[in-house]
Ligand binder design. Sequence first.
Ligand code: HEC
Length: 213
Amino acid sequence: MGFRGLGAAVGLAVLVCAAAGAGGEHARRLAADIAVMEGDAHALLDPATAEVHKRGLRARLGGGLSTLGLLIRLAGQENPRLGPAPPDAVGSLRAALERGDGLGLAKGLGALARLYPFDATGILPATATPARLGRGRQIHQDICAGCHDAPDLETPRPAFNLFERTRALPAGEFAARLVAGVRGDNLMSLQNPLSDEEMASLIAFYRQGAPKD
Ligand code: HEC
């Protein structure tokens, strides 16, 4: 290979790596959405979940299922090593939701979660350091507190208290909710505005518990 050929090969490798990175982001979003939906399906089955919130969960699951097929395609295009979803996986989940079959929904989502496992590397273990605690506090107070610190629990889809959610949920599921949740379920905004380090900082901060005033 001549010098030029080598240069082209290096350039190509850089392009391929950049594409792999972007593919990773879609795959992560897909896996996060599945982890959140699986958690929501379990909350739907939980007798302790309020009826009004079950309504919100069903609506949210419906929204998640409507973008799931697209996310599976995007992730698969960018990372061909990802296995294809079983045929009509999304259709059978939708049918389970429509007939109120929470168990079927949870099982189907569990199977998808095994196919597309959520990888929280870079966010967890979210070990607390002074820098993280300060950053987490800052982001929370500047952006999140206004909606999340005093949720209206009468609404179907409250902005739950994030200090409580951090403790109540498995760490991986909460990290997935940060990846998937901050942007709501807007189809157009696939990009997460928070970096991994910012999410790790928020988790470290939330674990400390709400500041006493
Ligand atoms: C404008 C109000 C608003 C702001 C600002 C906001 N959120 Fe939310 N957030 C919500 C609402 C409402 C929901 C519930 C959405 C739903 O049920 O679909 C939510 C959901 C979430 C969830 C999923 C929670 C769960 O229990 O499933 C997480 C995590 C989250 N937000 C984190 C954040 C973080 C971190 C910030 C700041 C960087 C933030 N949010 C800023 C309103 C807000």
